[in-house]
Design a binder for this molecule. Structure first.
Ligand SMILES: [Zn+2]
Length: 400
């Protein structure tokens, strides 16, 4: 099979609906099968591993051609998510359409352009016949758009790498830092009563008013003081509130959901402990308040990869070769999260987020990607792969 045209490969990937099945889509399975088929047709070693029922991660491995003690275990990981956000109500969202140098369709930008670029780059790398002192691993993950359970599963099963590139729309700029997130519920506990005799009850909604005021006055200003050279300060957003069962019943329960966006330098356990100590202090100050915190249902560490070192230098050199001065190669930070939260956050692997397309187009109704960027990305990925397998990096980025 000849896979050398990144644009036609992208169109093929976009035409397979892989909207996340936890978010009103069919899921990643059909695209996973397609990627497996492409990998096998190219002669690569392909494995699939169910991260969630019916939702497999796919790995394509390009092994070293030379194995020796000095280079064994070197692995450059490309992490690419298979899923997209849903597209209900958007006509022909999975029918790729080319207009000028843009391709429109769900996933063109986030992140099938990067998938196509990585596959084509690997095919070209192997076809070039270059000797390889190190392995290239393309890991295609499920569930990035929802809870990132695909990459979490791979890391849990022992994924390691010398360095990693996470393919996401960055307009081909190297991203070395992004925030993490901790999401959880806080619940107040009251007592139900008929509203003709409210004095017999204990209003959980009124308790929650006190909780919200306390957190906004005591905790929010404190976290807003924290800073990072490449990121904006941490934030906390109360995203939902639920309480009460009817207008004539004193509510016995009220819950809020908190989305705490964190710096990668903040420990998730410390973030939760800060909430706990504030809630304990509140209950001492206002004995009428009975409040508990639930375990978080999402913990993402963020990314704070080194802004120098072999990976970053190789990425910068490749961008300069392919794009000249058109792209700023300064390592930078972004507020949104990626699979790097787990690749870097749980294993410490030096990681750069890099891919074609502008994040402004991701998740939008008329999502598109600049095809010149997709072609450039394939060239950049290929050059980074070449510099890695040719052993130019030395051992400075080895994670063991
Ligand atoms: Zn994405």
């Amino acid at each position: 099979m000849v896979i050398d045209d990144v644009v036609s490969l992208l169109a093929r990937l976009v035409s397979i609906d892989s909207a996340n099945s936890s978010m009103d889509g069919p899921g990643e399975a059909e695209l996973a099968r397609e990627i497996e088929g492409i990998g096998r047709a190219l002669g690569f070693a392909v494995t699939s591993d169910e991260a969630l029922p019916g939702r497999p991660n796919v790995s394509i491995t390009i092994p070293p051609t030379r194995a020796n003690a000095a280079t064994s275990g070197r692995r450059l990981l490309f992490d690419l998510h298979l899923d997209t956000v849903p597209h209900r109500g958007i006509p022909d969202a999975t029918t790729p359409r080319i207009d000028g140098d843009r391709m429109y369709g769900r996933g063109t930008c986030d992140t099938k352009g990067a998938l196509a670029a990585a596959i084509v780059a690997s095919a070209r790398l192997v076809a070039s016949g270059i000797e390889r002192d190190g392995e290239i691993l393309l890991l295609f993950t499920v569930d990035e758009e929802y809870l990132k359970r695909g990459v979490a599963h791979a890391v849990e099963k022992g994924l390691t790498a010398t360095a990693a590139i996470v393919g996401e729309p960055t307009s081909l700029r190297p991203i070395v830092a992004h925030k993490g997130a901790v999401r959880f519920r806080i619940v107040t506990h009251g007592k139900a009563a008929h509203t003709s005799r409210p004095e017999n009850g204990d209003n959980a909604i009124l308790q929650m008013v006190e909780v919200i005021d306390w957190l906004r006055e005591r905790l929010e200003p404190a976290i807003a003081m924290r800073d990072h050279p490449r990121l904006t300060s941490p934030t906390m957003t109360i995203g939902t509130i639920t309480g009460g069962t009817g207008v004539n019943i004193v509510p016995d329960r009220c819950a809020i959901e908190i989305d705490r966006r964190s710096l990668p330098t903040e420990e998730p356990a410390t973030i939760l402990a800060e909430f706990d100590s504030q809630l304990a202090e509140l209950m001492r100050a206002r004995p009428g308040v009975k409040v508990t915190r639930e375990d978080p249902y999402l913990v993402e560490r963020g990314l704070d990869g080194p802004a120098d070192g072999s990976l970053v230098r190789a990425v910068q050199a490749a961008i300069r070769t392919v794009c000249g001065d058109a792209v700023d190669v300064t390592p930078t930070g972004v507020p949104y999260g990626t699979d790097a939260s787990h690749v870097w956050g749980l294993t410490g692997t030096p990681t750069v987020v890099l891919g074609p397309g502008d994040i402004a187009q991701a998740h939008t109704a008329d999502e598109w990607v600049d095809l010149a960027e997709v072609r450039h990305c394939a060239d950049i990925y290929e050059q980074v792969m070449r510099s890695f397998v040719s052993g130019e990096w030395g051992d400075t980025t080895r994670s063991g």
